[in-house]
Design a protein around this ligand. Sequence first.
Ligand SMILES: [Zn+2]
Length: 242
Amino acid sequence: MNEEISKLINLQEIDSEIAGFDQEIKAKQQEIAAREQGIADKEEEAAKCRKKSAALEQEQRDIKAECEDARAHIKDRQNKMMHIQTSREHQALLKEIEDSKRLIKESEDQAVLYMEQIEQLQIKAEELENLCAGEKKLLTEEIEKAEKAVKRIANRKKKVESERGKIAPDLLPGTLHRYDMLLKKRNGSAVVETRNGICQGCFMAIPPQQFNEVRKGDKLNFCPTCQRVLYFKEEETEVCDA
Ligand SMILES: [Zn+2]
């Protein structure tokens, strides 16, 4: 095989490895971000429960004040009752007292309902807050682990990059330039195998005559569709007998 092609294959392997490191790092970062988001969502939910519970508590206080007013009103009307002369006035006061009593009864029923809701909201908020506290602790450990892993990956990447730095200048400047451009344009894959006359980069057929040239490997060949560098790898003919 043409030496330039071998060098390009080698370089592509190295660049794929480097891209793999970047993906590994990104995956770790995304995993952490997703978990942070999960905690933030739960915290928000807990805060909503607390806020709703506080609003209901305020309602309860308002109801209590309303009941006290109603009780005072009843007392006032009961006192008045002792000084009235006519049955019409008597009836009117009785009605006012009855109305106030009904209001108190309704308000107290409502307060009981609120109390139950407040309890449920507070239980839910506490559960979420406990969950968040536990997850945060775990996540801190996970982040430490991930940071160490990222450091290890970055170190491996550095080594491979320095290897690339040694190999790349061996290529003809024009070839290297074309390769670098392709790498950028073709999402990290510039040199691809051909199988059964098909470019493994874009999966389009290569004209038979060109495929023969690729097989021979005497010179650089580019896919007519995606312009990637093409090479042909002899099939492994060894048979493993079980
Ligand atoms: Zn192609």
